[in-house]
Design a protein around this ligand. Sequence first.
Ligand code: BT5
Length: 278
Amino acid sequence: MKIMSPSVDQTSPDTLSADAIKQSLRTRWIGQPAIHSLDVVESTNAEANRLAQDGAPEGTLIVANAQTKGRGRLGRTWVSPPVSGLYLSIVLRPAHPPDWFPKLMLTAGVAVASAIQQIGTTPQLKWPNDILIGDRKVGGILTEAVFNKTRIDFAVLGIGINVNTKQDELPVSIRNLATSLRLGLGKRVSRIDLLQILLHQVEQWYESLDTGAFPTILETWSEFDTTLGRVVEVFLPERRVVGIAEALHQDGTLLVRDKRDCLHRIVAGDVVHCHLDP
Ligand code: BT5
């Protein structure tokens, strides 16, 4: 008896084989040096880090049908059920000092939101790395880098999106917090079409970042934003800040004003949107 696994069904029109991706690639450099299309991998980011350490050029793309140890931030997990989601990482070699690196996450958020908008629904961005539809998480971004004091050796941009994911493919613990494009739009979405749009958007927005257009990126971020103006609780390694998310600083950090009128600049942290007064 032949056992069919959906994750290896290469006849499916939604296959993410390297050939299929290459055929309709609309980018100039992302995916051009190499596309590693894997059926199952622990984490595309881990794989991209490994390839980058071995000298993989900028634009190297790693895509997987499923991840067994998909990474979130701070050691958390990205649940990555087979075939229904997009899990990808891109190797970048920015010629910038390390303080440029945090801008990459917000830039990627704008690229992901713009790509999702092109397929028919407008998502929201929750600072710093969440993509939401109707208050539920549909995607997340994980940026990682290796750098010394003066320069970035390489960066890895990882993107996970629940595309055709059904509720029962997700663990009960996140079912009420998560959604997918299919659930949001009420119809299936072609992963390969979305991937092509997404790679093109990432390339365009990354190039604007590279040429100094971060203020424009922040403006576009604000159009998708769902954090600003809300009461937020921010969890930092050694303290907690509660206040109003007032603005994005020009470097992309979040400014939160607490009830004593003290302004906190949040560089990285976990933000919870509250429904309370500060
Ligand atoms: C993120 O982390 O949101 C970054 C996710 C990045 C995933 C991509 S997939 C391709 C690439 N390779 C990797 O190994 N990773 C990247 P964070 O902000 O820490 O959010 C993690 C939290 O999101 C978890 O603790 C859950 O609460 C929730 N979560 C996990 N899986 C989810 C899913 N599939 N859909 C919605 N929420 C999820």
